[in-house]
Design a protein. Sequence first.
Length: 285
Amino acid sequence: MTPAVTARRRTMRTVAWHAGALALLAVILYPVVWLVGASFKPGDEIVGSLELLPGRPISDNYRRLTRGIADIPVSTFFTNSLVLALGSVVGVLVSCSAAAYAFARIRFAGRNLLFAVMISTLLLPFQVLIIPQYVLFQKLDLINTYVPLLLGKYLAADAFFVFLMVQFMRNLPRELDEAARIDGCGHPRIFWSIVLPLCRPALITSAIFTFIWSWNDFIGPLLYLNEPDKYTVSLGLKMFIDQDSVADYGGMVAMSLVALLPVLLFFLAFQRHLVEGAATSGLKG
């Protein structure tokens, strides 16, 4: 095979790879482009229209957001979602990191059994727990509050994040713990000053996923929140569809696009930490 043929084949493979990547990118970005275009369309042109971009862009959909929904400012929904999302992030980072440290670095009776039981909770569908949890919070008179949505975050109930942090902490050298104990450090000091700085990539990964899942959560707020002024963004979007079958699709699409911005900004702010290794984090911290 001549060098020219080899170069030609290499070029064809490169072109095919880039064409496939662009095609995949187009499929992924299509819903976002449709959402942006639909937010500038009249409501009666959004459903059933085959046009990706509006023929005559309008801004009325965004103007309606400034007037609120059912006399409730749109900013109220965003504030409620932000409180829940940030509260969930704090709860997961505090409780799950502490539980993960106990499983990964402390030897106690029944550790493996408790860890297996915790992992087995990942197999339980959310629908199985809805009724008993609702009855429990109803007996405690906590319905229509944010407590049912946040309490589990502060009790290390998210086994996925505990497992993620446990696996990360197990890869840290135990010589660090031994050196700290020689200097007189106990478990609280080792956890705070040594383990947590080295686990920054795992903590940031957990924070990103927790923020996104909490911000997009619909079932939880729908179950426990009754008053519209406590609704989150996901429930606020539902209010655009009236019970009398009067739907404001334009306003709903515009608010959907605005609701993507906090998630995107949160991800962009912390995504660079996702690729940092434990050793690099330790040196920088």
